[in-house]
Design a protein around this ligand. Sequence first.
Ligand code: DHK
Length: 144
Amino acid sequence: MKKIGLLNGPNLDRLGKREPEVYGTVTLDQIEDKVKAKAASCDCEVEAFQSNHEGALIDKIHEWADGGFGGLIVNPGGLTHTSVALRDAIVASGLKTVEVHLSNIHAREDFRHRSLVSGIVAAIVAGMGHHGYVSALRYLSEKA
Ligand code: DHK
């Protein structure tokens, strides 16, 4: 049984209420349920965590790295574009990682085009809304 972490960063707890024209109407609870339901059919176990705090996200990555996890699905939210520390934690974890964005960050403001995470992850999914998370799990169920 592969253990996969599902990590969501700042403001993703507001999904469903937050700019639905950009991020959709599906809530984070619903996304986590969809990913966990998919996990049941591909011999994976998914643990989900969301925080609005950079340090809490980093602590969770360390915990998962030490806890026998094999893969990580991460949407760092706005920290995507700013956080060297989060990037360093992902590298140090050794977890096979997929970066997910609900929106197509390359079709948005210039400051969203650069991700500090993209260069160190195995794969990137952007613009597929909540489907991106399930696609990431499908990939990690084979590759992690
Ligand atoms: C989510 C956020 O909160 C933004 O800060 C990113 C990302 C994009 C998303 O599309 O899921 O720029």
